[in-house]
Design a protein around this ligand. Sequence first.
Ligand SMILES: Cc1cc2nc3c(=O)[nH]c(=O)nc-3n(C[C@H](O)[C@H](O)[C@H](O)COP(=O)(O)OP(=O)(O)OC[C@H]3O[C@@H](n4cnc5c(N)ncnc54)[C@H](O)[C@@H]3O)c2cc1C
Length: 414
Amino acid sequence: MDFDLSPWAEQWRNKLQTFFDAEVLPRHRAWVEHFADRSEAPPFMGDLQQKARAAGLWNLGLPELAGDEPGTRLSNLDYAPLAEIMGRLFWAPEVFNCQAPDVPNMIALQNCATPEQKARWLRPLLDAKTRSAFGMTEPDVASSDATNIATKMVRDGDDYVLNGRKWFITGAAHPNCTFLIVMGVTDADADRTRQHSCIIVPMQTPGVRLVRRLRWMGCEDHTAPIGELAFDNVRVPASNLLGEEGEGFKVAQVRLGPARIHHCMRSIGLCELLIELMMVRAFERSAFGRTVIQYDTVQRWIAESRVELEQARLLAYRCAWRLDQTGHHGAWRDVSLIKVAVPTMLQRIADRALQVFGAMGGSDDTPIHQALAWGRLLRIGDGPDEVHLRQIFRMEPTPAWSIANSPYLAAHPA
Ligand SMILES: Cc1cc2nc3c(=O)[nH]c(=O)nc-3n(C[C@H](O)[C@H](O)[C@H](O)COP(=O)(O)OP(=O)(O)OC[C@H]3O[C@@H](n4cnc5c(N)ncnc54)[C@H](O)[C@@H]3O)c2cc1C
C-alpha cells in the first residue's frame, strides 16, 4: 500500500503552502484586528483572492468543474492535504474560494441545476462575486430528522410561495449573501422522503427577513456569519426549483457528503496547528523548576494527540478516495465514520492545548477556544453524532452465526 501523496498532489501542496506562508499568514493579525469593530470583509481579501486566482489556487475543492469554469479540478484525495493547510486559519479558505457553505452549494448546483440556473447562480459563486447559504434547520422542529422540516412551499401559478422560519443558517448574515437554497414541503401527502423540495431564493425577495445574527458558544463566524431567517409569503419563480419537485433530500445529500469531509480535512489541519502550539508553549514555559514539556503528562497529551491525528488523517484520505471512486453513494459509511471521529478528536486536542496554555488558552489571543467551539459545533452541525452513529451501526452486518455454533468460542456446555 502506498500512503504517499501523488507527485501531482505534492506539487499543489507545495504551491499552496508557499502562497499561504507568503501572503495569507502575514495578514492574520490584520484580519483579527479588522473584525474587532467591523463585520464586512477586510479590504485585503479581494486582493488576496485575485493573487490566489492568478496563481491557479482557485476552487481547489471542486473535482467536477465543466468547460471554462475556473479551478484546479483536483480529486478529493488530492485536495485533502490542501484543505489541511487552509484549516490552520479559520478565514484562509475564503482566499482560495474554498469556504463553506459556498463550496457544498456549488456542488449541489453542479449536480442538480439547469443550465440557466448554473449561469445565474453557480458561475458568480465560482468567480467569488457572491456568497450563498443553505437553509434547512428550523427552530420549531428537530431538524436532525430532515423529514420534520416544515417550511411550506406551495405552488401558485408559475411561482412557489414560501412560509416558515429557518435558523442557524451559516452565511445568511453575510453582507454579500445574495441567495440561499431553501428546503421546504411541497407535498405533505407524498412518501416521507418525497415530501420536500429545494428552491433557490434570492435574499432580496420581498418577505425574506434576516431576523437576527447568531453567535455559537460566544464565537462569531466572520467568514460566514450565521443568521435566523423568516419567510413570509415569499414568492419565487418555479423555475428556481433545484432538481425535481420531491427531490429535496437528494439535493441536500449531494452537498452534505463533500460538506462533511471538507470540514474534517480542515479540522485535521487545525489539529496539526494545535499540536504545534502545545509544543511551542510547553518548551518555552517553566513551572516548579522544569520546563512544562518535561512533565510526563504534557508529553503524553502531545503523543496521544499525534496518535489520534494520524488515525483520523488516514480515515479522511480513505473517505476522500472512496468519494473519488464511487461518488457520494458509495462513500456514505466513510463520511459518517470521519464525521464522528474528527470533531471529537478536535475537541480533545483543543482541550489539551487549552490546558497547556493555561489562562491564555481561553482568551482571544489564541485560536484554541475557537477550535474547541468548532469541534463542539461539528458534533451537531451537518447531523449530530448520534444520527451518524446510528447509521454506522445499521451498516454492521447481521451476525451469520450464533453463540452456540461459533467456531471462535469455546464449546458451550449442554
Ligand atoms: C454553528 C452552526 C451552524 C449551522 N449551519 C447550518 C446551516 O448552514 N444550514 C442549516 O440548515 N443548518 C445549520 N445548522 C444546524 C444544524 O445542522 C442542526 O443544528 C442539526 O442538524 C441538529 O438539528 P437541531 O438543532 O434541530 O437538533 P435536534 O434535531 O433537536 O436534535 C437534538 C439532539 O437530539 C439527539 N438526537 C437526534 N436524533 C437522534 C438519533 N437518531 N439518535 C439519538 N439521538 C438523537 C441528538 O443528541 C441531537 O443533538 C448549524 C448549526 C450550528 C450550531
